[in-house]
Design a protein around this ligand. Structure first.
Ligand code: GTR
Length: 421
């Protein structure tokens, strides 16, 4: 049995090695393909007005992404109750208000709980807020000792001191560089974050997380068109927004969804499915996020679906090594966010996420913004590194690797000041 497992493991590693060694990083090898037109319906009708976009095209595109990419949420599940677990009006050396709010959901005899960590400027007004998930627990984004450590399942990570899938004190503050808490507060925004593993643990196991609360009798995994983990995480962001509507310190009409990498894919899907998000940020979201799948540059659909079979719905598998068959591409996901402000950011050292594909995607989504009289990425010429383009649709590529940096936050804040605040 051990031998067999070993054999299966080696096959997997070998296939991953082959897939990754076949990765294309050569622009001249990008296949030629037609960009699916956001303003042409699946029946070939040209969309000429905002009204037609909102009545005909937007719904059919959204439905396609729901049924074939991220998966549908089987039914609605509302907050059962919320509890302020902890609150301090003099947090971060007197600089901020801090709240830790637990949301509880109940269905099918099961309970799901997750905690939102919120920092707010110390004032008496309703504040705009950046909302985004973190990868290793709320306590990793700050040195603040009061932040509660989640007991949810986590991926092991030696450098974070995570063993036995359990988060510990050792990782407190390990990810402060990704969360510019001071800058955000100084600019007059709140920051809210959630450990994504509390909503759905990031593993190919659908017995846990929010999915299990919505199964029908004897169902134990989502149907082919039903939600994967990205849709589950997006759902969690929307429920946090439900809570914000009740919180007197937060301006729920000015909540910006933010996310990095897989959580950037999540941020985009949250913004597309819930139009209450006032702005959306995709930080290095790459394949299945902002970048164009049909370019097959860097990570491809076959590779992402093999490595992370739980992120998308099962229907999405049919497009692995078969991108030509896709009647849509990811710029149309971006177009679903129109006319709300959208920021797509890439990093020079993150070729796996295909920066050029992310840029072009923002460009091709722009025609829907233009329909609303808004400016986006009008040019097809990629800007130089560290030379951002700021419009309702914004874009930058910065120096450095796959990460979130102060440079990113400086730009998100500048853009939000003009287009969201
Ligand atoms: C990578 C994956 C990317 C990206 C990234 C992340 O391994 O291939 O699509 O999502 O993980 O989330 O860190």
């Amino acid at each position: 049995m051990k031998l067999l497992t070993c054999f299966v493991c080696s096959l997997f590693v070998l296939s991953m090695y082959t897939a990754q060694s076949q990765t294309n990083y050569d622009e001249s090898m990008v296949p030629s393909f037609e960009i699916p037109d956001p303003l042409l319906t699946f029946n070939g009708e040209k969309i000429k007005s905002v009204k037609e976009w909102e009545k005909i095209r937007r719904p059919e595109l959204l439905q396609f992404f729901e049924n074939n990419v991220y998966g549908k949420i089987p039914k609605s599940l509302k907050i059962d109750s919320y509890t302020i677990l902890e609150q301090d009006d003099n947090a971060l050396n007197g600089k901020a208000k801090r709240k830790q709010v637990e949301l509880t959901f109940k269905n099918n005899g099961k309970t799901l709980r997750y905690t939102i960590l919120i920092y707010l400027p110390k004032n008496n007004v309703k504040n705009p807020v950046f909302l985004g998930y973190n990868f290793y627990g709320n306590h990793t984004i700050t040195e603040d000792k009061a932040v509660i450590i989640s007991s949810a399942w986590a991926n092991n990570n030696e450098s974070f001191g995570i063993e036995n899938n359990t988060l510990t004190e050792e990782s407190r503050g390990k990810r402060t560089h990704r969360w510019a808490v001071d800058k955000i507060l100084d600019a007059g925004y709140g920051l809210a974050t959630i450990y994504y593993g509390e909503v759905d643990p990031d593993r190919n196991d659908f017995s846990d997380g929010v999915h299990s609360l919505l199964y029908q009798k004897s169902q134990n995994q989502p149907k082919p068109a039903e939600w994967g983990s990205i849709a589950a995480w997006s759902w969690g962001m929307a429920r946090a927004l439900d809570y914000f509507e009740k919180d007197h310190d937060i301006d729920a009409s000015k909540v910006i969804s933010f996310g990095h990498s897989r959580l950037g894919k999540t941020s985009l899907w949250a913004g597309a499915t819930d139009q209450r998000f006032a702005g959306v940020i995709s930080n290095n979201s790459g394949c299945g996020g902002a970048t164009l799948s049909k370019r097959k540059f860097g990570e491809t659909l076959a590779v992402i679906n093999e490595r992370f079979p739980h992120w998308f719905c099962d229907n999405f598998n049919q497009y692995g090594n078969n991108e030509e068959a896709l009647p849509i591409d990811q710029h149309q996901l971006l177009s679903l966010i129109a006319p709300r402000p959208l920021y797509v950011a890439s990093a020079e050292g993150d070729q796996w996420a295909d920066p050029r594909g992310e840029f072009l995607s923002a460009h091709y989504a722009t025609q829907v913004y233009n329909l609303y009289g808004k400016k986006g990425i009008e040019t097809m010429e990629m800007p130089k590194v560290n030379e951002p383009i700021h419009n309702t649709v914004s874009y930058h590529i910065r120096t450095g690797k796959h990460d979130v940096t102060d440079y990113d936050w400086d730009n998100y804040i500048k853009w939000a000041n003009v287009f969201v605040k």
